[in-house]
Design a protein around this ligand. Structure first.
Ligand SMILES: Nc1ncnc2c1ncn2[C@@H]1O[C@H](COP(=O)(O)OP(=O)(O)OP(=O)(O)O)[C@@H](O)[C@H]1O
Ligand SMILES: [Mg+2]
Length: 441
């Protein structure tokens, strides 16, 4: 039986429509907002009914409905109540439909059915806004692929062996690494991420392993490296494929011996860290191409974990879109209620080359662009005719990335190493970016 929460402040008209016609609905009546709040904390509703006799404080009601915007709300008004401006705003901003007394039960049945359909489509998590949904580290999704992934994360979190995460750009590799850490017995220790592709090759060694005073000119005092700082926790080696070959040897030695020595010292320091590495390229290919050490690969890939691309788990799209809609709610206009049916369809049709990160960008853009109460395909940059996979934000990022590469290459006289250093990326990354923007001669 479908459930509906009915708020009838003043118990004015409850009996009027509690009719046989709504026989497939289980209606839970409350006569105060406080009781409604209490019920909403313990039960899950997709649809709510508000009875308004014109006397209740419309502003208080509006505040309540705003907090519980994840339900589809239907209003029932005394005819004279509609004259008040407060009621107009209430209807426009918070209700998906309204009726006036006396209620036509057949039409109300249709309305509630429709609202229920929408609520199902929006498929909210079983908890409401104040409690959660804003947790930036939660892995959202309840499709089969996501359940499988969560299951794998649970398993690998319990053991100490290295994990190698593979997934397309923006698919959630770092989030998965954080989840592994958070569920492991090291959760109380540090989670230290390092992006091997973003640190200049000349600096990676000292960043990872640290240095002693006087190890090189400018080393005026000793400094612990990132590996040491992860002691008792997890070290997340992102874009491990970008680790320069000479450092691959050092990392391998660390994995074998569980000790490091800082630059400028031969003293071995024992460090207890769990390694989680990630790559957006198949590391096996890099091994085959001779740019990644095979022995290191096997050390790292004890527990391989593949993050499915977003297009392979489209069933998660409504939930994810809703999640980001709420996460970035402060960027939206108060009128905006959610996604239109066509927007959801457009999302289901899109190929999502940029995966979850692209979804975040599109939703944030839509929050800013939307004029109406519901987000349209156009707001998402997914209107028919739009070029698939190029959200304006991505466009802008692509353009500025290309511009930065061009300028840096020009300044360095097309010296790739120099340009890479200037931009703070590895040479491998630099070549990848140059290929991406067709800048290789
Ligand atoms: N299942 C998910 N639920 C909620 N948020 C997610 C999910 N997957 C990814 N995200 C979010 O998407 C964004 C991209 O995820 P993340 O940084 O983990 O991807 P990545 O694979 O490391 O990307 P890149 O290859 O670009 O570094 C982050 O903001 C992350 O919080
Ligand atoms: Mg990442």
């Amino acid at each position: 039986m479908k459930q509906v929460l009915c708020i009838d402040v003043g118990r004015s008209r409850a009996a009027d429509f509690h009719s046989e016609t709504l026989h497939d609905w289980n209606i839970h009546f409350v006569d105060s907002l406080a009781d409604a709040r209490r019920l909403l904390r313990t039960r899950v509703y997709g649809v709510g009914l508000v009875l308004h006799d014109g006397l209740a404080d419309a502003r208080e009601l509006a505040g309540f409905l705003r907090q519980h915007g994840h339900l589809q709300w239907v209003g029932i008004f005394a005819p004279h109540a509609l004259d008040s401006p407060g009621c107009h705003d209430l209807i426009l901003e918070h209700l998906c439909d309204y009726h006036t007394l006396p209620v036509d039960p057949v039409r109300l049945g249709y309305t509630l059915g429709h609202a229920h359909g929408w609520a199902m489509l929006r498929r909210h998590p079983r908890v409401h806004v104040e409690d959660t949904g804003l947790d930036a580290t939660a892995l959202v999704g309840d499709g089969a692929a996501m359940l499988r992934l969560r299951n794998q994360i649970d398993r690998v979190a319990k053991v100490a062996a290295p994990v190698l995460i593979w997934g397309e750009s923006g698919s959630g590799k770092e989030l998965a690494a954080q989840a592994i850490h958070a569920q492991s017995e090291r959760a109380g220790g540090p989670f230290v991420p390092i992006n091997c592709g973003a640190i200049a090759p000349s600096l990676i060694h000292s960043e990872l392993f640290g240095y002693e005073r006087g190890a090189f000119s400018g080393a005026t005092r000793a400094k612990a490296g990132l590996i040491e700082s992860a002691h008792g926790g997890t070290l997340f080696l992102d874009e491990i494929g970008d680790l320069p070959q000479e450092l691959q040897v050092n990392l391998l030695r660390f994995l074998q011996e569980k000790t490091i020595s800082r630059l400028g010292s031969t003293r071995a320091i024992a460090v207890d860290v769990r390694i989680v590495a990630a790559s957006h390229v198949q590391l096996q290919d890099a091994v085959d191409a001779g740019v990644f050490r095979e022995d290191l690969y096997y050390r790292l890939a004890v527990l391989p974990l593949a993050i499915p691309a977003l297009r392979e788990r489209r069933d998660d799209l409504p939930l994810l879109a809703e999640h980001f809609f709420r996460r970035y709610a402060s960027e939206k206009s108060p009128r905006l209620r959610g996604f239109s049916h066509r927007a959801l369809e457009a999302m289901l049709d899109h190929a999502w080359p940029g995966n979850v990160r692209e979804l975040i960008n599109r939703v944030r853009r839509a929050l800013v662009m939307a004029d109406g109460r519901l987000i349209t395909p156009d707001d998402l940059g997914l209107a028919a005719g739009a070029v698939a996979g190029t959200a304006p934000l991505d466009d802008a990022r692509g353009r500025s990335e290309r511009g930065a590469l061009l300028e840096s290459l020009e300044r360095s006289g097309r010296n790739v190493s120099l340009a890479a250093r200037e931009l703070g990326v590895s040479r491998t990354t630099m070549y990848r970016l140059m290929d991406k923007h067709s800048l290789r001669e």
